[in-house]
Design a binder for this molecule. Structure first.
Ligand SMILES: *Cc1c(COP(=O)(O)O)cnc(C)c1O
Length: 433
């Protein structure tokens, strides 16, 4: 038996054995050992705290180490930690589907479980493609997606995402959707005309409603998305809302779709679903989509599933998270964060190095305009570094700075983030003039 060396630091041990996501290991990095989390705060092994201003990659909504969620997971773990989900079912999966379906923006009737946002998207695409196959429609082969989109890191979800440095190595192996610009006043007429001409060749349209997050926190307006969705639906195109990020209060409403009158046929959820505690994905479909798979012909089955499909612990965490989310004080807090963001936005108006301040629900984003745009831009890394020194964790997308806090963040913690950013910007502005 191997015993682990206690003389080496966790960072050194990490260097030996870990390959981190989105990390170039050529540059010796020292990941910070996090030993505890409580509310919006994370503590490192030296006792320093950091405000988690981006909700641990956009997943955490109720804060870290929430005792209510933790207890529910513990109780469930003692009862049933996991079971195969074909031929078996269990209370947490059924109850979660029963509670989730009436909350979703649209008339969804079935929940399909998977493991994360990317798999939720994979399932959605497979549902939409096979829907037309099962229907005997050989014509609808095209998939419509938005430029600047991000739907995940698996091959199908990469394929429907904007081509970028992240997908460059795999380009030859990705299928090609038809990319259109996010709808707005300038292009909506053109997009409607395009759908009138080519709609019958299109199987499905996948979109991140109102907020293209990984694509640079780009926000676009509900009325134009409604017009585009209406045109798509008129052509019989299946609409897939990727609410992996926008779900569960992030945009100020329970779902981004709550701002829309046109509703999707398939919706993808993950990130905040479990409160950010565990990995779980949901793809919900309308009865019409589901029924296209009912047949005596076995080939019409949706052949998809993961080892941990509908994991009871993850479903239980989601039920606990829903309890917390739907409590009046959580919904009020979401509105208060929005109000605070708006006040900060007004302050930012005083700095001409700041461009395009935008807010949706609990998300505020803006560009710091010093050099060129894009992900590989030194300003982002500089902000992360300085913020860490101030006990704040921020992770800009290039020169796009954003705050996306857990809903439990306190006013004082929010002010600390705003004050840090304003001081940083003031410095930059001074240095430039
Ligand atoms: C994060 C994200 C995904 C991918 O989810 P993972 O759980 O990271 O695989 C998909 N779609 C959107 C809109 C996302 O923000």
């Amino acid at each position: 038996m191997q015993t682990r060396s206690t003389s080496k630091s966790l960072t050194d041990r990490d260097h030996q054995v870990i390959w981190h996501p989105y990390t170039q290991h050529k540059h010796k990095l020292s990941p910070i050992p996090v030993v505890q989390g409580k509310g919006s705060l994370l503590w490192d092994d030296k006792g320093k705290s950091y405000i988690d201003a981006i909700s641990s990659w956009w997943v955490n909504i109720h804060g870290h180490g929430h005792p209510y969620i933790a207890e529910k997971i513990y109780e469930q773990a003692l009862r049933l930690e996991h079971v195969i989900f074909t031929g078996f079912t269990h209370e947490p999966a059924v109850t979660l589907a029963e509670r989730l379906l009436p909350l979703l923006p649209g008339s969804f009737s079935k929940v399909f479980y998977s493991d994360n946002g990317s798999t939720a998207v994979e399932v959605a695409i497979k549902m939409a493609v096979q829907y037309w196959k099962n229907d005997g429609n050989a014509r609808r082969r095209k998939i419509l997606a938005l430029r600047n989109s991000y739907h995940g890191d698996t091959f199908g979800s990469m394929s429907v995402s904007e081509r970028s440095i992240f997908t460059a190595a795999f380009r030859d192996y990705l299928f090609e959707p038809v990319f259109i610009d996010a709808p707005g006043g300038q292009n909506i007429g053109e997009l409607q005309a395009f759908l009138r001409e080519q709609g019958e060749d299109i199987a499905c349209f996948i979109y991140e409603p109102l907020l293209q997050a990984a694509g640079g926190m780009h926000m676009y307006e509900a009325p134009y998305l409604d017009m585009l969705l209406a045109a798509a639906k008129q052509q019989g195109i299946l609409c897939i809302a990727d609410e992996v990020l926008t779900g569960f209060g992030r945009t100020g409403e329970l779902f981004a779709g709550s701002y829309l009158t046109q509703q999707a046929d398939i919706i993808c959820l993950s990130k905040g679903l479990t409160g950010g505690t565990m990995a779980l994905g949901v793809t919900a479909a309308t009865e019409q989509v589901f029924e296209a798979f009912l047949s005596d012909d076995r080939r019409k089955t949706l052949f998809h599933g993961h080892s941990f499909t509908a994991n009871p612990l993850a479903c239980t965490a989601s039920l606990a998270s829903l309890d917390l989310l739907l409590a009046p004080d959580c919904l009020r807090r979401i509105r208060e964060i929005n109000t605070r963001h708006s006040a900060f936005a007004k302050k930012l108006g005083a700095y001409d190095v700041i461009r395009n301040v935008r807010i949706l629900g609990t998300v505020i984003a803006f560009e710091v305009n010093l050099g060129e745009d894009g992900y590989i831009n030194a300003i982002g890394a500089e902000i992360t570094r300085e913020a860490m020194e101030h006990g704040i964790y921020l992770r800009p997308l290039g020169n796009t700075v954003y705050i996306m806090p857990p809903y439990c963040i306190t006013d004082e913690e929010l002010e600390r983030i705003y004050d840090f950013l304003e001081a940083f910007i003031k410095d930059k502005q001074k240095a430039r003039s």
